[in-house]
Design a protein around this ligand. Structure first.
Ligand code: UDX
Length: 449
């Protein structure tokens, strides 16, 4: 398998040696980061407070579904023996650098809860208190511009009784990993952004990347690096929402938005990617990062009308799917409706901010009987949506006897038109080709085509 990273026998840190590195937080970003560093030959300790996650990693079992990394964890844990997981932070004292990869989550009033990051910084600071060696702290968690300087560094300094830039280094190194495509987007990223508090911190981090990466490395200030991450995700969210808006209009005008997107995308200033119209974006990053950026703007007294509009349009987009179903069925009460796909996109079992959740809630509130199937996300979905929904063993079982199929995630197996013979199908992801689907289905239409 090509991972974009070389198996090096003689890895290099800044002084030409392998480094001892700790990665705090073994969620999606943390574990993928740890694997990337271990694949470069460094000795990696993943730290996580969840004992189940720690045990799984030490047995080379992924705590989440990520097919693009198949075999790499096994290689690092069992073959190269340079990745392990622990629950304690004490190991940090023996490491050259620590990567903060813990998650943030949104509080009720569109506000970010930084308690995980504050905890991680406090624990790292505490572990550094009795060490004499220079230690690099790298913030990979996505934090609003200003957070590292205003929150993280003061905590590190207080807990360690040391001075940033002198006794320890700090850098911000945002992650652009796409779930389901982690091997390319993490191990061989399009660019590496290094926001440095001090030059030594930036030099060490650059040397860590240079041992296995030959793409562009951009060195900048800490705040700029934090903003690059938010601006990138806000742009992607806006691009998706833009094409959905054009799609909603195209449908009314009898124009296929996918033809329009293709014609637009040949302009290199626009590009073909992220112009797939549908029920909108979900996932752990785009919705949350957009909310946080809007909130950060508000804190400065700036009303970010464009980003607020993107968020609002995106929130409404999945509900167009249920509106169409309601119109076609003459109401949803007691109608059997199949929601095909639950994960926020194909290739992952991640249910965070998945459009399927909005679709299911809307169907249930209108009295529909919901059947569903997803090849990977059902265990996670069951803990969120509960018993009101019938979880089926296959796509076919979910479709049998239904009044209407809503395609919500474009898993490859859902692209088989034979599944839908004689059914009313409303496609939220352009999983089917409208030209042929219309011959197989009783009725086929897309959310915005
Ligand atoms: C995103 C960013 O791409 C990544 O750089 C960042 O680090 C984390 O957030 P991810 O959440 O894994 O990655 O998913 P992505 O592939 O970006 O898709 C996000 C959402 O947009 C999904 O729900 C997807 O279905 C939707 N999408 C994407 C569209 O609706 N249309 C598109 O054309 C592309």
């Amino acid at each position: 398998m090509t991972t974009g990273i070389k198996d090096k026998k003689l890895p290099v840190g800044i002084d030409g040696k392998a480094m001892n590195l700790s990665v705090v937080g073994s969620g999606y970003i943390g574990l993928v980061t740890g694997i990337g560093l271990a694949m470069s030959g460094h000795q990696v300790t993943c730290i996580d407070c969840d004992s189940t996650v720690v045990t799984k990693i030490n047995h080379a079992i992924y705590p989440f579904y990520e097919p693009s990394l198949d075999g790499l964890l096994e290689k690092c844990v069992n073959k190269n023996c340079n990745l392990k997981a622990v629950e304690e932070y004490s190991e940090i004292a023996n490491c050259d650098a620590s990567f903060i990869c813990v998650g943030t989550f949104s509080k009720s009033e569109n506000n970010t809860d930084f308690s995980n990051i504050a905890d991680a910084a406090a624990q790292i600071g505490h572990a550094l208190r009795d060490t004499n060696a220079y230690h690099l702290v790298v913030v990979k968690s996505t934090v609003p511009p200003g957070t590292t300087e205003e929150v993280i560094i003061p905590i590190l300094e207080k807990q360690s009784s040391k001075k940033a830039g002198r006794d320890f280094g700090v850098a911000v190194n945002p992650e652009f990993i796409q779930e389901g495509n982690a091997s390319r987007s993490s191990l061989n990223p399009d660019r590496v952004i290094i926001g440095e508090h001090d030059q030594k911190a930036g030099d060490i981090l650059q040397s860590l990347y240079e041992s296995s990466y030959s793409g562009p490395i951009i060195r900048t200030s800490i705040r700029t690096a934090e903003m690059i991450k938010y601006a990138s995700n806000a742009f992607l969210a806006t691009k998706i929402t833009f094409i959905n808006e054009i799609g909603n209009l195209c449908k009314k005008l009898g124009i296929d938005v996918y033809d329009v997107a293709q014609g637009m995308g040949y302009d290199p200033r626009i590009g073909q990617r992220f112009l797939n119209a549908g029920i909108g974006f979900g996932g752990s990053c785009l919705p949350k990062d957009l909310e946080e950026l809007i909130c950060r703007a508000q804190q400065t007294g700036y009303d970010s009308r464009l980003l607020s509009a993107v968020l609002n349009i995106n929130a409404a987009q999945p509900l167009i799917l249920t509106q169409i179903a309601e119109e076609r069925l003459g109401g949803l009460k007691d109608k059997v409706v199949t929601v095909l796909g639950l994960a926020f996109k194909a290739g992952t079992d991640d249910m965070r901010d998945a459009p399927s959740l909005k679709v299911i809630a809307q169907l249930m509130s209108q009295g529909a009987l919901v059947k569903t199937y997803d090849p990977k996300a059902m265990p996670r979905a069951k803990t969120i949506v509960g018993d009101g929904v019938e979880f089926c063993a296959s796509a076919q079982e979910a479709i049998d006897g239904t009044d209407c199929v809503l395609i919500v995630t474009d898993w490859e197996q859902f692209k088989d038109e034979e599944l839908y013979r004689g059914k009313l199908v409303i496609d939220g992801r352009r999983a089917l080709d409208p030209d042929t689907a219309n011959h197989v289905c009783a009725h086929y239409e897309g959310v915005c085509w």
